[in-house]
Design a protein around this ligand. Structure first.
Ligand SMILES: [Zn+2]
Length: 308
């Protein structure tokens, strides 16, 4: 499973759980500019793995908008919902290596048995390592982690370290509801597509150590990571559906949103391009994007409420 046979690539992987949001536009823009500036391909992937959360028509709407805004991706987009066979194959490889095990624990049982809470909920204490401990028929599959801390250097957030055993526990690759987990799918897809540079929102910083661990279990090299700050609303929370229409990218505000996204990434768009079509701003950015300016990118933009 070497990624070296494919030309290097970055990617954008939106989840079609609603319309394109400013936060996603920033991730698209950041990954696009960093990839293109480094001579990489830029791939598009639809993360529609979590079927119950997928909104019908959302993926088509996101792709159409990206095209309108001037993004040009390489090849055809990959749809995670069409990749179950491949994920199953990789899960089988991990089973053959004895690295995963079935778990019968319910959410409530885990809450009751977890010694402490990690960054993303209760730390799974390994209850089912010797075999499913409960009665539930629907089994999840967990990847056994070890005690060695995972270290990586993020392109923007710098050095990070996480001890998976202490802070996460053995984590789920296949869910008890029959769906493959995000962590497995994203690593398999990035590997298969030759993605060696991941630029995405900082809400995924806490998933990175798990993904690096998974790469190692698959005898593969992890990509470089660069996490972008999140756009926050006036309430200090990440801009999302709970903020209603605020931050939703549409055809009629594409130019304004693109200007805002470039501003957020700390790229000094010339004043004469203010109000010009998004495609023109994107052309300017492809030429003049300066990755070193990302370091001083804003962490939150309180004026968001009034301006959009
Ligand atoms: Zn269990």
């Amino acid at each position: 499973m070497s990624s070296s046979v494919k030309p290097s690539a970055g990617r954008f992987a939106p989840s079609p759980t609603g319309p394109l949001h400013l936060g996603s536009l920033i991730a698209a823009l950041g990954s696009y500019l960093v990839a293109r500036k480094s001579g990489r391909r830029w791939l598009l992937r639809v993360d529609d793995l979590d079927r119950p959360r997928v909104v019908e028509g959302a993926a088509a709407g996101i792709l159409r908008l990206l095209e309108e805004l001037g993004f040009e991706w390489d090849g055809t987009p990959l749809w995670q919902s069409e990749r179950d066979d491949r994920y199953a194959e990789i899960l089988q490889q991990l089973k053959n290596k004895g690295l995963v095990y079935p778990c019968s624990c319910t959410r409530r049982e885990i809450l009751g048995s977890a010694p402490h809470l990690g960054e993303e909920g209760p730390v799974y204490p390994g209850t089912c390592r010797q075999g499913p401990a409960g009665q539930r028929q629907e089994l999840a599959w967990r990847l056994q982690v070890d005690q060695h801390p995972i270290s990586f250097c993020d392109g923007l957030f710098g050095d990070h370290q996480q001890n998976l055993q202490q802070e996460v526990g053995d984590f789920v690759l296949f869910r008890s509801d029959g769906l493959f987990a995000y962590q497995l799918a994203t690593v398999v897809d990035d590997l298969d597509s030759g993605v060696d540079q991941v630029v995405r929102g900082a809400d995924l910083l806490s998933s990175t150590a798990r993904q690096i661990y998974l790469y190692r279990c698959l005898d593969s090299e992890p990509p470089e990571y660069l996490h972008l700050p999140l756009v926050l609303g006036l309430d200090g929370k990440k801009i999302s559906k709970r903020h209603g229409e605020l931050g939703v990218v549409r055809s009629d505000n594409g130019s304004e949103m693109m200007r805002f996204a470039l501003n957020f990434l700390n790229q000094p768009l010339p004043a004469e391009l203010n109000g010009s079509p998004a495609t023109q701003m994107l052309d300017w950015a492809l030429e003049f994007f300066d990755e070193s300016l990302l370091e001083r990118a804003q962490k939150s933009l309180p004026e968001l409420q009034e301006n959009l």
